[in-house]
Design a protein around this ligand. Structure first.
Ligand SMILES: [Zn+2]
Length: 463
């Protein structure tokens, strides 16, 4: 008997965790942290409902914290079995999980300093040591290689096209001599994205567990590359600095890729480009190392000896001194720095200096959550608070919204249209309720398949 239990990413896009059980063996597909609303974040502190020694392996679809960030918590409480991920995901987790632990430790320190925690002293969800111990448990499984999880269950990773190293977990079980295929999409990427391959085409699945982040939305059609060219050129005309708050993993590399292309095509002038985020620098190194995961176009460039992440005058600012030296940069330059929502990190220093002048430009290239400085700036705040000071917002504010790494509903339906036959059941997770419901109705209307939006901790017998 195969059982499936939904332990996260139900009615939300965070905390991805699904338990799969066969012949008394248990596997956890993804082990994500709950993020965002306090109600969700508190769930990270609850005791894990299953004895950890009963989990035979964690299967990780990709490195994002909403899929991987709870691993060190389980390790803190005694999880010692393996974590199976693609080699690229394994490398990216080295920076993602350590950074996450660092943030947890900082939050606890801050709570103790401000004395607002009920717990005395406030403790981190996990420590850097817990994250380091997690990294020892990773075992790399390249795309396309089939391994046995039990005598009756195998796993193969297929490219999900979402971030570098992202994978579908393609699981085959044999029950009573009959083979059934269970596919977990993790996060489903978009076709025709730079650097990444398109999501793997799948033809037949018995049970599908699919995400629905954009189950009710369509991405804009405009080319982000054209928009970027326009923003860079207008920034040069204004004569100031273009500063881009960026997410360290994925988005920064995409921006570098486009800037390089635009320079080569002569569509923007050659400008000094500074990447001022230690994590983005490390992530770029991992992206350079794992060119086996690139799409054909990027692979070709790599083989021809091109560095697809390098503009003509690119500098990585690793040390604090290098970062501080950017204070001298007053015109015609691009600074890419984290965090992407201006919640912390080196971007704060740059914005404190650059926001007050009309000459400068701030370009947002990712989702800005409610309550963040990024959202406040986008919504037209006249000033924002940085380091306890009110900083006037006079710089030109730009926003490019087309950079999503998640398929929209048309892209999801297009991917599903490859299926030769109806799955026995489609489980829709990883979405806010309206998004999951919208995707469910569309799948029913277009294909007439049986769909289910599982509740938190609900359990189903598959076969
Ligand atoms: Zn993701």
């Amino acid at each position: 008997m195969v059982r499936i239990k939904f332990m996260g990413a139900t009615g939300t896009v965070t905390g991805s965790k699904t338990l799969l059980e066969l012949d008394g063996k248990k596997f956890l597909i993804d082990c994500g942290m709950f993020q965002g609303l306090k109600r969700l974040r508190l769930m990270n502190w609850e005791a894990f409902p299953i004895p950890l020694e009963e989990i035979d392996a964690i299967i990780l679809t990709h490195a994002h914290i909403d899929h991987s960030g709870y691993i060190p918590r389980l390790v803190k409480y005694g999880y010692r079995n393996k974590i199976i991920a693609t080699p690229t995901t394994t490398d990216l987790c080295k920076i993602m999980l350590i950074d996450s632990a660092h943030l947890q430790e900082e939050d606890a320190e801050y709570a103790n300093f401000k004395r607002f925690s009920k717990h005395k002293p406030a403790l981190p969800l996990y420590t850097i040591e817990d994250a380091q111990a997690s990294l020892e448990l990773f075992e790399g499984l390249p795309y396309g290689e089939r391994i046995s999880l039990t005598a009756n269950m195998t796993l193969t990773f297929r490219d999900a096209g979402h971030i570098l190293g992202s994978a579908f977990a393609d699981i085959r079980v044999s029950v009573g001599g009959e083979e059934k295929r269970i596919l977990f999409t993790g996060d489903l990427g978009r076709p025709s994205q730079p650097i990444l391959r398109d999501p793997h085409t799948v033809y037949n699945v018995d049970y599908l567990v699919i995400e629905s982040t954009y189950g009710d939305r369509l991405h804009e059609d405009n080319s982000v590359k054209d928009e970027l060219a326009k923003v860079v050129n207008e920034s040069v005309e204004r004569g100031g600095v273009l500063v881009i708050p960026s997410f360290a993993v994925g988005r920064t590399q995409t921006i570098l890729f486009y800037l390089r292309e635009l320079e080569k095509e002569g569509r923007i002038p050659v400008l000094p480009v500074y990447v001022d985020s230690p994590m983005a620098i490390e992530a770029t190194e991992i992206f350079k190392k794992h060119f086996e995961d690139y799409d054909l176009e990027s692979k070709k460039l790599k083989i021809e000896g091109e560095d697809i992440f390098s503009t003509t005058h690119l500098r990585f600012m690793k040390t604090r001194e290098q970062s501080v030296s950017l204070n001298k940069v007053k015109e015609k330059a691009i600074i890419i720095s984290a965090s992407g929502m201006v919640t912390g990190g080196r971007i704060l220093h740059h914005l404190e200096r650059l926001l007050p002048s009309e000459k400068n430009t701030v370009l947002f290239i990712g989702y800005q959550a409610e309550g963040t400085r990024g959202r406040a700036i986008l919504e037209g705040a006249e000033s924002i608070k940085i380091h306890g000071k009110h900083v006037p917002v006079r710089a030109k504010i730009e926003n490019i919204t087309g950079f999503s790494a998640h398929a929209d509903y048309n892209e999801i339906l297009a991917w599903l249209s490859n299926f030769h036959r109806a799955p026995r059941k489609v489980f829709i997770i990883h979405g806010e309720k309206p998004q999951s419901e919208a995707l469910a109705s569309r799948i029913q209307a277009v294909f007439g398949w049986e769909v289910e939006i599982p509740e938190f901790m609900s359990e189903y017998v598959l076969t």
